[in-house]
Design a binder for this molecule. Structure first.
Ligand code: HEM
Length: 491
């Protein structure tokens, strides 16, 4: 427990003091990571009375590994579940108790199998080619742009064609993410804004109208085509097919969808879009920035792309190779190392669970912390910036991911958790990695990205691009990553 404790405000003044060392809009994870440095065994309690239950902060793999054994059964705290449910117009996999969560996870798992995702790679590549077209237009204009909104159009939902137009579902998700709030203390003006209830209600209405219509249309198509064995692999048709086959096995021929199944399906589809878009778009920006500010890696990564995809850098050529041999995406060790190192330095989200009387968690000294009545916060930023597990923790060093066992840079097992581990880990991680690899392969040889922060913008660890906690559900790049895009001059 931090030593300074106020009778009335618990550890809040100390948290505020730790956060004060960082820019006002920086993610609170930075303040927690600074506090974590004084707890070398990696587990400590923060008293947030009178606003919330105490937080048990985990910044060591020892406790995180012990927690992951319970991660499917432990639910998120109510003050996290409630805004998530508002966001997704009802309970989703993210918030459901274990028995319901399991049914949906089993239903969706085949749509995230490596075999299916490898087949999907050409579709993702064609979406990335639209992103590249947009970058070309920006490069021709020579203006500074905010890259995050452009990247999030790519990541929000590959099949919606959002990149070409302002799709109502995508716009509604952005708005809903902006208006829900996980912390009335941190965002009082969002919570007290009189427009907020109407906006949240209207966004919910729009979700039901647009996504509900998509579900109904697909249901009719799938119903007409479904036989005894499941065939579909894409998320929505696969879920509908499974529902129809189950119903038929029970002697029912469903003429329309059961309303409660439809409502849960809708919430899960929303959560897929929410969980997948900001996390991935933030990582795209941070990868591009990490390479822009560490240009010594650029010749090496471009050489890797030349070696695997050939020296013809046109998106059409790369797409045709991905179409014929998507497995080539598995032959990019440095590209993967850059992505992993970026996710180490800038994990966009953390994990939070409500403790129970049955679960106690050990710190690095073996001391056990009971979790009943506390919120357990596996703080990825603290763990990823901890020198105990990561030598030169604040530096961007992709080579640590290429180091052999025994090398001082060799990563500590369990200390890299941007997608979390255990039952409720990220179902979309393989898709995210395919998307990120394709973005790097299709952009790095054609474009140069020059960060365009102001001279006097504040830095964290010597860098102007850092994770901001001021918008959306997870972290986003500071100022949405202002950048100038130029065409690369390759000889
Ligand atoms: C760089 C990109 C991504 C990162 C860093 C990330 C991170 C995470 C993390 C840490 C969790 C666990 C949260 C918890 O324990 O409470 C999670 C869960 C989840 N993620 Fe991701 N994610 C990414 C991309 C995606 C994508 C592309 C999708 C979908 C297309 C997705 C869908 C989900 C879903 C549905 C869950 C809940 C899983 C469950 O409860 O069974 N994520 N993600």
């Amino acid at each position: 427990m931090p030593s300074e404790h106020s009778l009335f405000w618990g550890h809040l003044p100390q948290m505020a003091k730790a956060q004060k060392a960082f820019p006002a809009t920086a993610s609170h994870d930075y303040g927690i990571a600074a506090l974590a440095k004084t707890f070398t065994n990696g587990v400590f309690i923060i008293d947030t009375w009178p606003f919330s239950l105490p937080l048990l902060v985990i910044s060591t793999p020892t406790a995180a590994n012990a927690l992951q054994k319970h991660s499917a059964s432990l639910v998120k705290p109510d003050d996290v579940n409630a805004p998530l449910n508002t966001l997704s117009a009802g309970p989703s996999m993210m918030t459901m108790p274990e028995d319901q969560w399991k049914q949906w996870r089993v239903l969706f798992n085949p749509s995230f199998s490596i075999t299916y995702l490898t087949q999907l790679a050409p579709t993702v590549a064609s979406e990335v080619s639209i992103f590249c077209e947009k970058l070309r237009a920006v490069a021709r204009e020579g203006k500074v742009i905010q890259l995050e909104p452009l990247a999030s159009r790519l990541t929000i939902d590959v099949p919606m064609g959002h990149q070409h137009q302002d799709h109502p579902i995508a716009a509604t998700i952005r708005s809903q993410a902006k208006w829900i709030s996980f912390s009335p203390i941190v965002e009082p003006w969002t919570v007290l804004n009189p427009k907020r209830p109407f906006i949240l209600w209207n966004n919910n209405r729009l979700f039901k109208k647009y996504i509900g219509a998509v579900i109904d249309k697909r249901f009719a198509e799938v119903e007409a085509a479904t036989h005894e064995k499941p065939k579909a692999k894409a998320l929505l048709p696969a879920a509908l097919e499974s529902y129809i086959i189950d119903a038929r096995e029970n002697g029912v021929s469903p003429a329309c969808l059961d309303p409660s199944f439809k409502s849960s399906l809708l919430s899960n589809l929303i959560i897929f879009m929410v969980a997948g878009h900001e996390t991935s778009s933030t990582t795209i920006c941070m990868c591009l920035n990490s390479l822009a500010t560490n240009p010594e890696y650029l010749p090496r990564i471009r050489a890797e792309h030349d070696a695997v995809f050939g020296t013809n850098i046109s998106t059409a050529h790369i797409m045709s190779i991905v179409q014929q041999e998507p497995e080539r995406l598995n032959q990019l060790p440095l590209t993967l190392a850059v992505i992993k190192e970026t996710l180490r330095l800038y994990p966009p989200v953390s994990g939070i669970r409500m403790g129970t009387p049955e679960v106690s968690l050990p710190d690095d000294s073996g001391k056990l912390f009971p979790t009943d009545g506390v919120k357990i916060w596996t703080n990825h930023t603290s763990m990823h910036l901890n020198e105990k597990y990561w030598p030169e923790a604040e530096r961007f060093l992709p080579d640590r991911w290429l180091a052999k066992e025994g090398d001082r840079l060799y990563p500590t097992k369990g200390a890299w958790r941007p997608f979390e581990h255990g039952g409720r880990n990220c179902i979309g991680q393989a898709l995210a990695l395919i998307e990120l690899k394709l973005v790097l392969v299709m952009t790095l040889r054609e474009f140069v990205f020059e960060p365009a922060y102001a001279e006097d913008d504040r830095e964290i660890f010597g860098r102007k691009a850092w994770v901001s906690g001021s918008q959306g559900v997870g972290g986003t790049p500071n100022q949405e990553y202002p950048v100038r895009v130029r065409f690369a001059n390759r000889t």
